[in-house]
Design a binder for this molecule. Structure first.
Ligand code: BDP
Length: 713
């Protein structure tokens, strides 16, 4: 644990994430907290309330120097009263009934108030889960050193299913994982229960995440066998007190692979019966099982199309099996097929939008933020707004598959917000993606947000010391998408590193700049999917041959005339999938935001940009700007030595050095490659590549982490 101020800081390994509970330095703030919180009334009458109790004791003994003495009723100033009014009569004096009636079963009220002549604070909710969430919010106030004299917080989540998706395989490899092997030690489960499972649940509860999909979307049917269900059930038992429900991925062909049937046709009575029995078996092991997540008919996965059935028919098969138990099916919309000749960006929409209204009430469709695949920048997915009769979930990727893998500092909240705040216009102005997915636009009660996890077994959970910020930001935005990227970054920095204002301000600015930096040095101006083949580590704009929609040339389409994918009506016409006025805005070369120009248009090299530069010069400018931003991040970090313990400081410093090298690698490789088409010089004012294009093309990288499991069969 850190010391409070002055002197070198004790080395930290990052294990405690944002739950370090750094001691409050002696001074007015500590005095204020000690006066405000002097004893606690909390009946640990359920496992969840016990968890809240234990967390509070841990946190306050660290932050304030001692745990609060327990009390049974309000007997003095500084009494903290925590619980549900239905079971804790001491809360009656606060009269929270009205506010609690509006926060549902996960929200809470935190209020400082004079009751019975004493200065007290209540943390109250309708359920014990709400109490736990409220307690974590309360602790955050202290961790971020907020004043507490006016505490009056009413909060409820805007999204119902706030989930992590682990792309974890049963052999413990993690598809697109850059933080070591899977947390789930399937081999030793259920007999050995790592303490990390509890700490994982604590961290999720602290940011309101209430669901976890344990297994990869490229699913292995074995997870649905008894042998593995008992293991998953052991995890569910640990997670339950923290309000975290377990979900599993369902392989559509499971009835054949583990059920001995000859078909997985969703309309076949034997298949229907098999899934019904399977659901009953799962619920016998995991009574609060959340449901299935399914990737079907995409990238080689089996699905209903194999039997000439629709996605809705496939989803409904599983939805019906889960319905008696209150489970949901989350059907992924990431579907595209190399045999469909049309633009990959259009395929999910074309396949799924016509099925709007055909899904069961307990089915959700999970849609990635953009229409291709988690690129540094994409326009929002046109399915948002196009399926008013179906609850759409937003799927974001926390793990940095296309964003520098293990080593780049990229704070993703600005990317997430860009999608959430996008106005689809589909139900008039102000039809934000956020309103589509929180259900408010079309009156859905089911709503969800999923983040593809960046967590592994590395000691600090996410690998890069800054990567946990993306887990944190995801949870905060899933709870309330109106929060700002800057505010979330500040909280995370204060809790993770130091509450010192100078540190927080500088490091926040560095984080906020990091996303645009990576866009600029990898894929500026709307370029996309030009990473190296398969592992996606490093640049590969020359990738050609094989499956066309997995090549780079498919996406950038550079030629002697220009560069970019023409998605206007004269090209693939993907623009027509958007509602007006966005459709017209992006379809017109003159009004299309330059940040997405080459996503929607094939643009001549000599086209004059808003800056007055030609497209080619602008490309050179952007790539250099990206490198310059990383160098600025390095300078900022250097200036913060002393604010962070040496172990974590040096770790980040080394990774920033790698990031700077790789930003140059990206810039030089891409500019040299695109130059073979533009035939134009890199303006002399910029650094010139010091190696030929052939050098970059010949680079080979073996054993990049995160490559998908090569399964038997
Ligand atoms: C892509 C990944 C692939 C995933 C796929 C998916 O490259 O490993 O299986 O998405 O989301 O980003 O299904």
């Amino acid at each position: 644990m850190n010391q409070t101020s002055g002197g070198p800081r004790t080395p930290e390994d990052g294990y405690e994430l944002w739950l370090r509970y750094e001691p409050v330095a002696p001074g007015p703030r500590l005095n204020e907290y000690r006066a405000a919180f002097a004893q606690v009334v909390l009946e640990p009458a359920s496992p969840t309330l016990r968890a809240a109790h234990d967390e509070l004791a841990l946190a306050l003994s660290r932050m304030l120097g001692a745990p609060l003495p327990p009390a049974t009723h309000i007997e003095r100033d500084g009494t903290l009263v925590i619980g549900m009014p239905a079971s804790l009569p001491q809360l009656a004096a606060f009269d929270l009934r009205h506010d609690l009636s509006a926060v549902g079963d996960e929200g809470y009220v935190i209020r400082r108030q004079h009751v019975q002549g004493k200065d007290c604070t209540a943390i109250a909710a309708n359920t014990d889960r709400g109490v736990l969430y409220g307690m974590f919010h309360f602790l955050r106030q202290l961790q971020t050193r907020q004043p507490v004299h006016n505490l009056n917080i009413i909060s409820a989540p805007r999204i119902k299913y706030r989930m992590l998706n682990h792309w974890d395989n049963l052999d413990r490899t993690v598809e697109r994982g850059y933080a070591g092997f899977s947390l789930w030690d399937w081999h030793k489960l259920p007999d050995y229960l790592s303490p990390r499972y509890t700490d994982y649940a604590r961290a999720n509860a602290s940011i309101g995440i209430n669901g976890t999909v344990l297994t990869n979307v490229n699913a292995n049917a074995l997870i649905l066998t008894k042998q593995y269900l008992v293991k998953a059930a052991a995890l569910a038992d640990i997670f339950r007190p923290y309000g975290l429900r377990v979900f599993l991925t369902a392989r559509f062909s499971a009835p054949i692979e583990i059920g001995g049937l000859t078909t997985a046709d969703p309309l076949d009575p034997a298949v229907i019966a098999w899934w019904q029995a399977k659901a009953a078996e799962i619920y016998a092991h995991i009574p609060d099982f959340g449901g299935f997540v399914v990737k079907a008919n995409s990238e080689g996965q089996p699905g209903p199309h194999d039997y000439d059935r629709s996605h809705a028919e496939g989803a409904n098969l599983l939805a019906d099996a889960l319905a008696p138990y209150g489970g949901v099916v989350i059907w992924r919309a990431f579907v595209y097929d190399e045999n469909v000749p049309d633009d990959r960006a259009k395929q999910a929409y074309d396949d799924l939008v016509p099925q709007d209204g055909r899904f069961r009430p307990n089915a959700l469709l999970q849609v990635k933020n953009g229409p291709v695949d988690f690129q540094p920048r994409e326009p929002y997915h046109p399915m948002f707004g196009a399926m008013p009769h179906t609850p759409l979930m937003l799927e974001l990727q926390l793990t940095q598959e296309y964003l520098g893998c293990a080593t780049h500092l990229v704070y993703l909240a600005p990317l997430f917000k860009e999608t959430l705040d996008a106005d689809t216009g589909c139900a008039g102005p102000g039809s934000l993606v956020a309103h589509v997915i929180d259900g408010s636009l079309d009156g859905h009660t089911l709503s969800g947000m999923a983040g593809v996890s960046n967590i592994g077994c590395e000691r600090n959970w996410c690998g890069h010391p800054f990567a946990a910020a993306n887990w944190f930001a995801f949870g905060r935005l899933a709870w309330d998408h109106r929060e700002t990227s800057g505010r979330i970054a500040e909280d995370w920095l204060r809790m993770t590193f130091s509450p010192d204002e100078r540190f927080v301000t500088a490091a926040r600015d560095m984080m906020l700049e990091s996303r645009e930096a990576v866009v600029n040095y990898m894929t500026p101006l709307g370029l996309h999917h030009i990473m190296a083949y398969d592992h996606h580590y490093g640049p590969g704009p020359w990738v050609d041959g094989g499956r066309a929609d997995w090549t780079s040339v498919y996406y950038h389409r550079a030629d002697a005339d220009g560069i970019g994918f023409d998605r206007t009506p004269g090209g693939s016409d993907a623009v027509s999938q958007y509602c007006s006025p966005y459709r017209e805005l992006v379809a017109d070369l003159d009004t299309c935001p330059e940040a997405l120009l080459l996503w929607f248009h094939h643009v001549p090299w000599q086209h004059v940009m808003k800056s007055g530069r030609t497209l080619w010069d602008e490309l050179c400018h952007k790539y250099n700007e990206g490198v310059a931003s990383v160098r600025q991040m390095q300078r900022t970090w250097e200036s913060l030595a002393g604010h962070v313990d040496e172990a974590r400081f040096e770790h980040v410093r080394a990774l920033l050095r790698i990031q700077e090298q790789e930003a140059r690698w990206w810039r030089d490789a891409c500019l040299l490659y695109f130059q073979t088409f533009s035939k134009l010089p890199i303006p002399a004012e910029y650094e010139q590549p010091d190696k030929p294009l052939s050098y970059y093309r010949d680079l080979k990288h073996y054993y990049v982490p995160g490559i998908r499991e090569r399964r038997f069969g």
